[in-house]
Design a protein around this ligand. Structure first.
Ligand SMILES: NC(=O)c1ccc[n+]([C@@H]2O[C@H](COP(=O)([O-])OP(=O)(O)OC[C@H]3O[C@@H](n4cnc5c(N)ncnc54)[C@H](O)[C@@H]3O)[C@@H](O)[C@H]2O)c1
Length: 250
C-alpha cells in the first residue's frame, strides 16, 4: 500500500490504537497530523517518530467534540499541507456503568466524544475532499456497537451510531470518489483495556477463538488498507477485527 503524498488526520493519536494508526500511515508514506487533548507530550513523541520515518507531521491539540476545535484542526492541516485526504476518527472514551446507575453526564460525555466528534470531523474534512474528488474516512467503532455489552449503554450506543453515520456518509459522498468505512475492534491491548482488572482480561482472552488480545497494529494494518487506493471499491462497510470473539459460542 502506497500512501505517498497523502495527508492524514488521526484523532486521539497520542497513544493506543490511534498512535499505531498514525505510525502505520506514515510508514506507507503519508504525512500525518497527530491530534489529542490534555497532556500533549505523548503526541509530540508520535510526531518525532513519524519524522524519523521520513514523513512530515505536526501535532494539533483539539477536543474533537467541540466544533471550534475541530475547525482549527482541519484549518491548520489545510494551511500546512494544502489538503486533507484521509480522516481516521479514532478518539474515544469509556465511562462504564450499569444503565440503572448511569448519570446523564456519563451518557452525554461519551456520545459527544465518541459520536458527535465523528460527525463534526467528517463534516469539516468533506468540504475539502469533495473539491478534490478523493477521500477516505475510516471510523473506529467497536464490536460492542454490534453486540452490546453490560455496563456500556453509552459506549455501545455511540459505537452503533458510528456505523449508521458511516453508512450514511458513504452513500452521500460516493459519487465524489470518497469512501467511508468503519472498523469494529474487539479487545485490543491498549491503555483503555489495561484499566480492566486482570481476571476480567483473562476471562475475555479465554473467549477469543484465536486465544490472544489484539494489538493496536492489528487495527492499524486494516486502516492503512481502507485508506489506500487499493480499497477504492469498498465503502459503507464494517470490518470486525476481534480474533473471532463476536462469532459467539455454541
Ligand atoms: N482498546 C480496545 O479494546 C478497543 C476496542 C474497540 C474499540 N476501541 C476504540 O478505539 C479507539 C482508540 O481506543 P484506545 O484503546 O487506543 O484508547 P486510549 O484511551 O488508549 O486512546 C484514546 C485516545 O483518544 C484521546 N482522546 C480522548 N478524548 C478526546 C477528545 N475529546 N479529543 C481528542 N482526543 C481525545 C485520548 O487522549 C487518547 O490519546 C477508541 O475509539 C475506542 O473506543 C478500542
Amino acid at each position: 500500500m502506497d500512501l505517498s503524498d497523502r495527508v492524514a488526520i488521526v484523532t486521539g493519536s497520542g497513544r493506543g490504537i490511534g498512535r499505531a494508526i498514525a505510525l502505520r500511515l506514515a510508514e506507507a508514506g503519508a504525512n500525518v497530523v497527530v491530534n489529542d487533548v490534555g497532556d500533549m507530550a505523548p503526541a509530540g513523541e508520535v510526531v518525532e517518530e513519524i519524522r524519523r520515518l521520513g514523513q512530515d507531521s505536526l501535532v494539533v491539540p483539539a477536543d474533537v467534540s467541540q466544533p471550534d476545535d475541530v475547525a482549527s484542526l482541519v484549518d491548520t492541516t489545510v494551511e500546512k499541507y494544502g489538503k486533507v485526504d484521509i480522516l481516521v476518527n479514532n478518539a474515544g472514551i469509556t465511562r462504564d456503568q450499569l444503565i440503572m446507575r448511569m448519570s446523564d453526564d456519563d451518557w452525554d460525555k461519551v456520545l459527544e466524544i465518541n459520536l458527535k466528534s465523528v460527525f463534526l470531523c467528517s463534516r469539516a474534512v468533506l468540504r475539502h475532499m469533495m473539491r478534490q474528488r478523493w477521500g477516505r474516512i475510516v471510523n473506529i467503532s467497536s464490536i460492542v456497537g454490534l453486540i452490546g455489552n453490560p455496563g456500556q449503554a453509552n459506549y455501545s450506543s455511540s459505537k452503533a451510531g458510528i456505523i449508521g453515520l458511516t453508512r450514511t456518509i458513504a452513500k452521500e459522498v460516493a459519487s465524489r470518489g470518497i469512501t467511508a468505512n468503519a472498523i469494529a475492534p474487539g479487545f485490543i491491548d491498549t491503555p483503555m483495556t489495561q484499566q480492566l482488572p486482570e481476571e476480567r482480561r483473562q476471562a475475555i482472552m479465554e473467549q477469543v477463538p484465536l486465544g490472544f488480545l489484539g494489538t493496536p497494529r492489528d487495527v492499524a494494518e486494516a486502516v492503512a488498507f481502507l485508506a489506500s487506493e487499493e480499497a477504492r471499491y469498498i465503502t459503507g462497510q464494517v470490518l470486525t477485527i476481534d480474533g473471532g470473539i463476536s462469532l459467539g459460542k455454541l
